[in-house]
Design a binder for this molecule. Structure first.
Ligand code: PGA
Length: 249
């Protein structure tokens, strides 16, 4: 099955405006043609327009790191999917473990966010992942099964090419501990099987790996048959590192 590689950057809450502009400029100089990957840079909200303007005419796309579960109205501090789309971004991350952990995001809210994003024509990078405790208790497969199952009906409303699943073991995020290529592959294959319960086109759904992906480990991860790319946090804050990850595919 031919799935287009997908590499996304997640800047999280990093970089001031000047640093962001420099990195956006450096990224827009990366030739992604050779890699034939889809590349999405997920920036903090205030930099969405800077990113889309900088990436005009390039193959890089812009994403946000979240969107509101509401369409419009009295929701102080929230940013709607339509606002994000109006800045010409075309992706949003949803369900990142840091949102689940620090903002208590759960299935009902996440399903609403998926529907809002889709209504605003934003594509979705939907994150799942188990904690270290869950893995140690051998609950990691159950955990992932549940995280996918609880939003499957919302995802089923989307065209198959408008969402990507990111497997991000929480114990590997920002810790420098990467899942071994075999451990990651085992879970990606499992996720694809779970997706088969809800999607006849499951073999076409891209599943990307996140969790301390670096230029050093990217190639070995990308060799695995069910790993279709990466969601890169720390290493995406440096243009040379991110470029090297893109070109590892
Ligand atoms: P990391 O972050 O690459 O710094 O581990 C990945 C992510 O959380 O998206």
């Amino acid at each position: 099955m031919n799935r287009k590689p997908f590499i996304a950057a997640n800047w999280k809450m990093n970089l001031n405006r000047t640093e962001a502009q420099t990195l956006l400029r450096d990224l827009s100089n990366i030739s992604v043609k050779d890699s034939e990957s889809e590349i999405v840079i997920c920036v903090p909200f205030p930099y969405l327009l800077l990113a889309t303007e900088q990436f005009q005419g390039s193959q890089l796309q812009t994403g946000s790191q979240d969107c509101s579960s509401h369409a419009v109205g009295a929701y102080t501090g929230e940013t709607s999917a339509a606002m994000i789309r109006s800045c010409n971004a075309n992706y949003t991350l949803l369900g990142h473990s840091e949102r689940r952990r620090y903002h208590g995001e759960k299935a009902t809210e996440l399903s609403a966010k998926i529907r809002e994003a889709h209504a605003a024509q934003l594509k979705i990078i939907f994150c799942v992942g188990e904690t270290l405790e869950e893995r140690e208790q051998k609950l990691h497969f159950n955990c992932i099964h549940e995280q996918i199952g609880e939003v499957a009906s919302a995802l089923q409303e989307l065209p198959i090419d408008s969402f990507v699943i990111a497997y991000e073991p929480v114990w590997a995020i920002g810790t420098g501990k990467t899942a071994s290529p075999e451990t990651a592959q085992e879970m990606h294959a499992y996720i694809r099987n779970v997706l088969k319960n809800s999607f006849s086109m499951a073999p076409q759904i891209r599943i990307i790996y996140g969790g301390s992906c670096t230029p050093e480990n990217a190639a070995a991860l990308f060799k695995q048959p069910d790993i279709d790319g990466a969601l890169v946090g720390g290493a995406s804050l440096n243009a040379a590192s991110f470029k090297s990850i893109i070109h590892s595919y």
